[in-house]
Design a binder for this molecule. Sequence first.
Ligand code: IPD
Ligand code: CA
Ligand code: CA
Length: 293
Amino acid sequence: MHPFVNTAVRAARKAGETIVRGLTRFEGVETATKGLNDYVTNIDRAAEAEIIDILHTAYPHHAFLAEESGASGNADTTWIIDPLDGTTNFMHGFPQFAVSIACQVRDVIEHAVIYDPMRQEIFTASRGGGAYLESRRLRVSKQRTLEGSLIGTGFPYRENLHYLDPYMAMLRTVMTTAAGVRRPGAAALDLAYVAAGRTDGFFEIGLKAWDTAAGTLMVREAGGLVGTLDGGDYRQNGNIIAGNPRVYMALVEAFAPHLPADLREAALEQTAREVAARAQAALKSAEAADDAG
Ligand code: IPD
Ligand code: CA
Ligand code: CA
């Protein structure tokens, strides 16, 4: 395991302990809604401070982009941190949330750690080195079609509510085709589950870099594809499809008729030829995965 991953795992476990402790105490103050929100915010902040403290002590020259404290430092290497992904779940004692830590060097995500403190599952990945759940190598699922698949998603809200109509059209297509749709409520884990083959694909509008930085590397290292909603290059802009190569391509095709102009990001940046080349590479990689058993 790369030393960066080791340190990030240590930080994620420490934050996870704080989160689980917070969950236990939270059950005693369930009616104090305002206090409750503050309390959860304190847990978010405490977990983030612990992560940054451990990483900063080990790597004093690295920079940080963290959900609660924002950007700090100026270096080629940046740690992108969501200390508690799934805060709404946490606030309700719904046990689906995670710590997400990614290490980015210049523009490339090199390492990723996602920790589910309730199940004590540690997902790790390093670019070119594969994705793991503990010591088990992860592979995306072998599901060949959208029919029969299990798809994860997240609902648009707040500043993304204006995408509700196109989102509902996309959801409708998936609901009427796939075997099932899940909205678990922690995007980092949603991506880790695609990597682990627990779901076949995932899509969401309006995520942030700290939601997806670790998960996107995890999916890619497990043999999956990550792109924008129209199949373009994903650059942590938050509008995302991830999946095994075949389900990914099926989602790109299924969503194409429903995307408003501002979600056609590939069309803005890429020629049709590039999009076609990407599709071909996706299918080749699916066939290679099938051949490998
Ligand atoms: C949220 C979760 C959720 C997603 C939201 C995110 P947070 O993160 O990942 O699944 O739908 O868009 O903001 O706020 O709980 O860290
Ligand atoms: Ca989040
Ligand atoms: Ca968060």
